[in-house]
Write a protein that binds this ligand. Structure first.
Ligand SMILES: C[S@@+](CC[C@H](N)C(=O)[O-])C[C@H]1O[C@@H](n2cnc3c(N)ncnc32)[C@H](O)[C@@H]1O
Length: 280
């Protein structure tokens, strides 16, 4: 692909998704986009970019952007955040929300659904304490294909083996031929929808906890800062943010600060002016 076409493609992908693609990622662009070009009967990536410039066929840009997302996920990824959620965050929320008895959790780049279903399983384990509570897990992703896959809730043996503890597999999954399907009671706790983190998330409402893990790594600093400011506006004063192990707020935003001793866990910075929080 010539440099001009690459620059065009990279700009389109960044504007639509925030994902930054540098020249060293050319191999990734080729491996992910050549199959799309071939499906359309196009000779090479140059022809694909020409089709993108003409916007023919309609929707081609969405197909290209989706192809450039990395959807790697697993159940109980990194284990610790889920333990922390159960041990640190949930008990505090149960106390703080004892009157409303409502909890809303946002899995902000849910990929194929392992993260929100892991959270639902953690909450299901606390069934006795959560009797009478209204709990909603909203799981969103830019990729329609991922949202559809997550909603289908069917996983291979390999996928469940990568993170689901055996007792939970027996309790919360149903075997269907060579697939494991998430049980209806866990599925009913999660609502899925397509959502691009570049958009204003106010339409999604307020949340007590936001999991935004392993997605900011694909964005540049201004995009990370904008998304984090937007998420800050979705959280109440005692809200919690989880980021991935390779992600941080440090040097990016002063709206959040790390919770000491709890890796990956962030809370709103007390010093952040309330007025700013209200408009974010
Ligand atoms: C590596 S997966 C992370 C999945 C899960 N959070 C985890 O930690 O296992 C990253 C996901 O971010 C999604 N994504 C990328 N850009 C996005 C955007 N602008 N808005 C929403 N989701 C996006 C991708 O489609 C992909 O499913």
């Amino acid at each position: 692909m010539n440099p001009e076409d690459f620059a065009y493609l990279a700009t389109q992908i960044k504007n639509r998704s925030g994902i930054v693609i540098t020249a060293e990622k050319m191999y990734l662009v080729e491996s992910r986009l050549l199959p799309i070009a071939r499906n359309l009967g196009l000779a090479d990536l140059g022809a694909l970019v020409a089709a993108l410039r003409r916007s023919v066929p309609a929707g081609l840009i969405s197909t290209v952007v989706e192809a450039m997302t990395t959807n790697e996920s697993l159940f109980f990824r990194d284990v610790r955040p889920f333990e922390q959620f159960k041990r640190v965050v949930l008990p505090k929320l149960l106390e703080a929300r004892a009157t409303s008895r409502r909890l809303r959790i946002w899995s902000a780049a849910c990929s194929s659904g392992q993260e929100p279903y892991s959270l639902a399983m953690v909450l299901a384990e606390e069934e006795a304490r959560l009797k009478g509570w209204t709990i909603e897990i909203l799981a969103t992703d830019l990729s329609k294909a991922m949202v559809d896959r997550a909603q289908a809730a069917a996983y291979s043996q390999f996928e469940v083996q990568r993170g689901v503890p055996a007792p939970m597999l027996a309790k919360y999954f149903v075997r269907d031929a060579d697939r494991w399907v998430v049980a209806p009671r866990i599925r009913s706790m999660v609502r899925f929808r397509e959502f691009n983190l570049l958009e204003e998330s106010a339409v999604l409402g307020q949340f007590d906890v936001v999991f935004c893990r392993n997605v900011l790594i694909y964005f540049d600093q201004p995009t990370k800062a904008k998304i984090l400011a937007d998420i800050a506006g979705r959280l109440p004063r005692d809200g919690t943010l989880y980021l991935g192990g390779a992600e941080t707020v440090l040097g990016i935003t002063d709206r959040f600060e790390p919770v000491a001793g709890e890796r990956g866990l962030y809370r709103l910075t007390p010093a952040a002016p309330a007025a700013l929080r209200a408009v974010a």
